[in-house]
Design a protein around this ligand. Structure first.
Ligand SMILES: [Mg+2]
Length: 377
């Protein structure tokens, strides 16, 4: 099997409500709409692999001339390659200077790498007639526990949101916090009351707090019996994380997107939980390496998300399905947070769990009508 051609399809999809989060650079305006490039990788024998460059923040990157340039670079790098040689393909992409120059930063680069990785796994699975999880450790679990992610918004909207999710069967929740501790406390109270004592609740300050604020605020919120606090301080401040971790009882969660950062966190004892994702690490293959770092430690893992559509979420589902270390509820709510999708049907959620697609490859099929309807530019 050899790769023959590559195509990209720009799409835009609205979110259910404008999502507000705190961030190390301050306050983020509500995000109403997300932009994607859907990737098709064709082989000479007619198999098509799917990938998704998810939730692109950098608008520059969506200009038709840039999209065409990206397609040409990917085609040139991938043409003639065997999709099974993923280690070699990843290295080839990492060593393509035009790609690095075009994508400008590491986040964009890894989003593209993730799309290519997912498409290669889709091709491998389809060519063998097996789901992707069978190629990366097998079926450790059929369902992925998911935490509903509630963004920063007025507590009066939160009541309906949490009631709806409890009714759908969610038993785990993540609350974006950080901008206003008084309101965060109020919102946590709402979630705990509606979701009940048994619900697993975590919070995510997105690196917004100083060390002192983090310690003070986490202590104030610990009465809600949290299973974790994500990114309490800037991820650049590993010493700060260590300080926060030693001062509070709540486990510390941080995004880990590459091996060297993961090793640093382990060496310093800075966190309790790795938040790993295909989109953050640059695909299933790279994310698996990061997850495997936690073997032989006391660390636990969960899968994070940038809010993917059906194709990207399927890639994450196969990773979680095959990884024993993913023990905590993951944030894979993309398909429920968007008003539409590019795949036929929808990924299925049951009782707060994402059901792992069982078809060959990623187990999802593009809906050409939807792709056309959501086309951007
Ligand atoms: Mg986060």
């Amino acid at each position: 099997m050899k790769i023959d051609d590559v195509k990209l399809y720009p799409v835009a999809v609205d979110r259910r409500y404008p999502t507000v989060t705190a961030g190390p650079r301050g306050y983020w305006e509500g995000v109403k709409r997300s932009y994607f490039l859907i990737l098709k990788v064709f082989t000479h024998d007619g198999i098509v692999g799917l990938g998704e460059i998810s939730d692109i923040g950098d608008k520059e990157f969506l200009k038709p001339s840039k999209v065409d340039m990206l397609r040409r670079i990917l085609k040139r790098t991938l043409k003639g390659e065997d999709p099974f040689n993923i280690e070699k393909v990843v290295e080839a992409l990492q060593r393509t200077p035009e790609l690095i120059a075009l994508l400008r930063d590491e986040t964009n680069f890894r989003l593209v790498l993730c799309a290519v990785d997912n498409a290669l796994y889709d091709l491998m699975g389809k060519s063998l007639g097996v789901p992707v999880y069978k190629l990366i450790g097998g079926e450790y679990r059929k369902r992925i526990r998911v935490a509903w992610v509630a963004y920063i918004r007025d507590p009066k909207f939160l009541v309906d949101e949490i009631q709806e999710k409890v009714k759908e069967g969610f038993e785990a929740f993540k609350l974006k916090v950080g901008l206003n501790i008084k309101q965060d406390e109020e919102r946590l109270k709402v979630v705990r009351e509606i979701a009940g004592e048994e619900a697993e609740i975590k919070i995510d300050a997105q690196g917004y707090w100083s060390i002192e604020e983090a310690i003070k605020n986490i202590k104030r919120l610990e009465k809600f019996n949290l299973i974790g606090v994500e990114s309490p301080v800037s991820r650049e401040d590993i010493e700060g994380m260590v300080k926060v971790r030693s001062s509070v009882d709540t486990p510390i969660i941080e995004h880990v997107n590459d091996i060297s950062f993961g090793l640093k966190l382990i060496e310093k004892g800075a966190v309790d939980v790795f938040n790993v994702s295909t989109v953050g690490c640059g695909g299933i293959h790279q994310a698996k390496k990061v997850i495997n770092l936690t073997e032989g430690t006391d660390l636990e893992c969960l899968l994070g998300s940038t809010l993917e559509l059906g194709v990207g979420t399927a890639g994450q589902a196969h990773l979680a399905a095959s990884s024993k270390a993913v023990t905590l509820p993951s944030d894979l709510i993309g398909p429920l947070m968007y008003t539409d999708d590019v795949i036929k049907g929808r990924l299925s959620y049951e009782n707060g769990c994402l059901v792992v697609p069982s078809g060959s490859g990623l187990g999802v099929t593009l809906d050409d009508e939807r792709l056309e309807r959501l086309a951007e530019g």
